[in-house]
Design a protein around this ligand. Structure first.
Ligand SMILES: NC(=O)C1=CN([C@@H]2O[C@H](COP(=O)(O)OP(=O)(O)OC[C@H]3O[C@@H](n4cnc5c(N)ncnc54)[C@H](OP(=O)(O)O)[C@@H]3O)[C@@H](O)[C@H]2O)C=CC1
Ligand SMILES: CC(=O)C(=O)O
Ligand SMILES: [Mg+2]
Length: 542
């Protein structure tokens, strides 16, 4: 593909979308009037990657590495993606969980410059005007947060921006969604984090969070502005508190192309993990019993999708739902509890109240426990030993992020279950050596879903994101797990191959989109080839 010379001179080197730095060749330097603006030596993309690796190796702290990569992205987008995509297993933990959590917490102290958009509630009535300041016209994906539930780290105010930035970087790095059509957004409605409000460096609105009708009107105005400016855009809601996440999804899911990754993406990755786990344990999905630690967006989203998958295998939906129980800060969710939200009630059971999680495990005898509580260490020795006493192959998924919030470590789960646990965690853990065996923990993270969902929606110009697309995605992830992976305990495709894995998932989702008549482009003869042709590659145009 030959590139048109549209800009020349110093501006080229300041534009990360076109800048190639030392990789500009002599003819390119002449054509773009760059001669004299760069040292005369030339580097290939490979040499530039090696230079970045050497710089990173000299840093001993992951936040510094995050900043180096973030600055690189601001200088040379192609090189940034070439670095990350060449070795996703190494770089995902730096641009995503766990490091992105620290970047959000320290956002105001490490702020570098403009990335994405900030829409404050004080600009109500002018959101379309603000959104129109974004330089790209063909925006296809917005990842938007209001910063209230950033990973398991709570309210980070505008610092939550790290999450849309990180997630959209992975849309591209893990599935090839072109970066120029991605727009990260933070809606600033205030923060209830008083440490932030009192920090002189804080960059967001210094006010309590707006709630109720004013909040909803702001969300409505935002969605209307997106629809008006970017008619092909899919909005992904990310890291909202459940009091807003659940109603927002209900309000828009049948009206626009949208999904909530914490509810639906997480559900799909959990279902994929369960399909993988069942290949190890030999059980049937409809025979499983799930106990969730946490009863919020992620827990209820996973429980509902598992129920729908069980229903597809013939179990009536109410019986399927009865196979998932939730346990939150106030204990087991039983029907007599007066504090349950409507979205939790389908999973409440008639049972005596239980306030200790290990007691709940012993009483309910789950085959799987899934941690989405935001609280570390609650899958303690007693809990895991109880699971191992009930099950030959206990399924243990501590899904809370970042690593500091994980309900247990991989090493704890394998050790306390004598190596019998089937384990996956939201943030990555290194392999574990135990009794002469090496266990490879999987990362049960919606990163196996959202980039692929993005690629499928991008390549089909889908009008809606539906529940069955997530079941298709879960199956497509699970079917790529090999017997060799399973032999080491790994129930997800290896991260080193996440790009290929995501393209496969995208192809399956795209097929579902075409089958359901939700595409705005004609059905191609070869959907896999169509997806591949649309995928971004980090190379300098010839
Ligand atoms: N691996 C992955 O891909 C994903 C992981 N997650 C992780 O899941 C976690 C939860 O996310 P989400 O569901 O959206 O958040 P929510 O805030 O909606 O849910 C958290 C739930 O945990 C409960 N909880 C809090 N403290 C305790 C406790 N001590 N014991 C038991 N339950 C407790 C909360 O109860 P109450 O409301 O009463 O405080 C609430 O029900 C986060 O850490 C997030 O990072 C989320 C999405 C994807
Ligand atoms: C992974 C993710 O979406 C979360 O922890 O919120
Ligand atoms: Mg999230």
């Amino acid at each position: 593909m030959s590139e048109q010379v549209t800009s020349t001179g110093y501006g080229v080197l300041r534009d990360p979308h076109v800048n190639r730095g030392s990789a500009f060749t002599e003819p390119e330097r002449r054509a773009r009037r760059l001669e004299g603006l760069l040292p005369p030596g030339m580097s290939t993309l490979e040499l530039q990657i090696a230079r970045v690796h050497a710089e990173l190796a000299a840093l001993d702290n992951d936040l510094q590495k995050y900043l180096l990569l973030s600055d690189l992205r601001g200088r040379n987008e192609t090189l940034f993606f070439a670095v990350v995509m060449a070795d996703p297993a190494t770089f995902m933990p730096l641009v995503y969980t766990p490091t992105v959590g620290e970047a959000c917490q320290k956002f105001d102290h490490i702020f570098r410059g403009a990335r994405g958009m900030y829409l404050p509630i004080t600009a109500r009535g002018r959101i379309k005007e603000l959104l129109g300041n974004w330089p790209q016209r063909d925006v296809r994906f917005i990842v938007v947060t209001d910063g209230e539930r950033i990973l398991g780290l709570g309210d980070q105010g505008v610092g939550g921006m790290g999450i849309p930035l990180g997630k959209l970087a992975l849309y591209t790095a893990c599935a090839g969604v072109p970066p120029q059509c991605c727009l990260p957004i933070t809606l600033d409605v205030g923060t209830n984090n008083h440490d932030l409000q009192e920090d002189p460096l804080y960059l967001g609105l210094r006010q309590e969070r707006v709630r109720g009708a004013d909040y909803l009107a702001f969300i409505d105005e935002f969605v209307a502005a997106v629809e008006a400016l970017y008619p092909k855009c899919c909005i992904q809601w990310e890291d909202f508190a459940n009091i807003n996440a659940v109603p927002i999804l209900e309000r828009f899911r049948d009206r626009i192309c949208t999904y909530n990754d914490d509810i639906q993406g997480t559900a799909a990755v959990a279902l994929a993990g369960i399909f993988g786990a069942l290949r190890l344990s030999g059980g049937k999905l409809t025979d499983q019993r799930f106990l969730f630690l946490g009863g919020g967006s992620a827990a209820t989203g996973i429980a509902e999708l598992i129920s729908e998958a069980m229903a597809l295998e013939g179990l009536p939906l109410d019986q399927a739902r009865a196979r998932s129980q939730l346990f939150d800060i106030n204990g087991l969710m039983v029907t007599s509890r007066p504090d349950l939200a409507d979205f939790q009630k389908p999973f409440a059971i008639d049972h005596a109240p239980l306030s200790n999680f290990a007691d709940a495990v012993k009483a309910l005898r789950p085959t799987a426990i899934i941690g989405v509580s935001t609280v570390p260490k609650l899958f303690n020795q007693q809990v895991i030993e109880a699971m191992a006493a009930i099950n030959e192959r206990p399924i243990i998924f501590p899904y809370s992020n970042p690593t500091s919030r994980s309900e247990c470590t991989a090493e704890e789960a394998y050790r306390w279950s004598d190596g019998r646990a089937i384990f996956a965690s939201g943030s990555p853990f290194p392999p574990v050596e135990l009794a002469g065996r090496t266990f490879v923990p999987g990362q049960g993270n919606n990163v196996y879903i959202f980039p692929a969902m993005g690629m499928a929606v991008y390549a089909t110009e889908a009008t809606r994101v539906t529940e069955d697309m997530f079941i298709v995605a879960a199956k497509a992830v699970a079917e790529q797990v090999t017997d060799d992976n399973l032999a080491t305990g790994l129930i997800y495709p290896p991260q080193s191959a996440i790009f290929e894995a995501s393209l496969h998932v995208a192809e399956r989702i795209a097929t579902c989109i075409f089958d359901k008549g939700l595409a705005r482009v004609p059905r191609p003869d070869d959907i896999a080839a169509h997806i591949r042709a649309a995928a971004y590659r980090p190379v300098y145009p010839g």
